[in-house]
Design a protein around this ligand. Structure first.
Ligand SMILES: Nc1ncnc2c1ncn2[C@@H]1O[C@H](COP(=O)(O)OP(=O)(O)OP(=O)(O)O)[C@@H](O)[C@H]1O
Length: 234
């Protein structure tokens, strides 16, 4: 589904991502775990076409998208749910969802998809006409995921969905991620919260200072020193 090869990214002269390579198979949930400033958001933003890579290639379902625009990547099935949610706070839940379908050629069917999202997230249905900015952090995160789903993605990039949320909401997010994967969505999660991430993913890559230092299945990785240190700091 996704094949990232030797990706390097800089801000000015500062190299932030160095020769990073990883793969995701269809239907997998894979996490990039790493501490603050490891380069997780930069990696996801580069995959979404919001930041240009210095070197390396990105293939989505066999197609080279390295030079594609963000909109073309969305049309090819890749969507980013950004860190900090970035929903439109002054618009209603319903309006935020409809905006998520904007780049779809078949957006006449958006209301069917909105129904699907409401059945997945009943709390969003109850708040259909509420201004998004007046909802709780957890509800806003669910809306951000729902908005991403409105583009009918094959691959969802989820950047730090647990940020600032209570443990019980984090648990719920873990269940949501697993359910989405069961329905066939491929998910790349970027997380500092190693505990949540390893609990709901198949495999993980540990990113430190812009390099992948170790990778493996979630259970094996939770035993490594790098991850144990992160558990302690999470
Ligand atoms: N727009 C930018 N301009 C310059 N440097 C940046 C910019 N965005 C990020 N960086 C730097 O790139 C490095 C990686 O940041 P990034 O946000 O990708 O890390 P992260 O792993 O997602 O961390 P966090 O969990 O804190 O978001 C950091 O040193 C950061 O200061």
């Amino acid at each position: 589904m996704l094949d990232v090869s030797n990706l390097s990214v800089s801000y000015g002269k500062q190299k932030v991502i160095r020769e990073v390579s990883f793969k995701l198979e269809k239907g997998e949930v894979v996490t990039l775990i790493g501490p603050n400033a490891a380069g997780k958001s930069t990696t996801l933003r580069t995959l979404a076409g919001l930041k240009k890579a210095d070197r390396g290639t990105i293939h989505l379902a066999g197609k080279d998208i390295t030079e594609s625009s963000t909109v073309d990547r969305v049309r090819a099935g890749l969507v980013l749910v950004p860190e900090g949610r970035q929903i439109f706070t002054k618009l209603s839940v319903h309006e935020n969802l409809i905006i998520g379908a904007y780049h779809r050629a078949d957006r006449d069917h958006a209301s069917d998809d909105q129904e699907r999202i409401f059945s997945m997230f009943p709390r969003l249905r109850e708040r259909r006409d509420q201004k998004a900015g007046s909802m709780s952090g957890g509800e806003q995160q669910m809306l951000a995921i729902g908005r991403g789903l409105m583009s009918r993605p094959a691959l969802m990039l989820l950047d730090e969905p647990t940020l600032g949320l209570a443990p019980i909401i984090i648990e719920e997010l873990g269940r949501i991620v697993r359910n989405l994967a069961r329905e066939g969505l491929t998910i790349l999660l970027a997380e500092q919260n190693a505990m949540m991430a390893l609990g709901c993913t198949d495999r993980a890559y540990v990113l430190q200072s812009g390099r992948i230092v170790t990778s493996g299945n979630a259970k094996e990785l939770s035993e490594t020193t790098e991850v144990k240190q992160m558990y302690l700091s999470a």
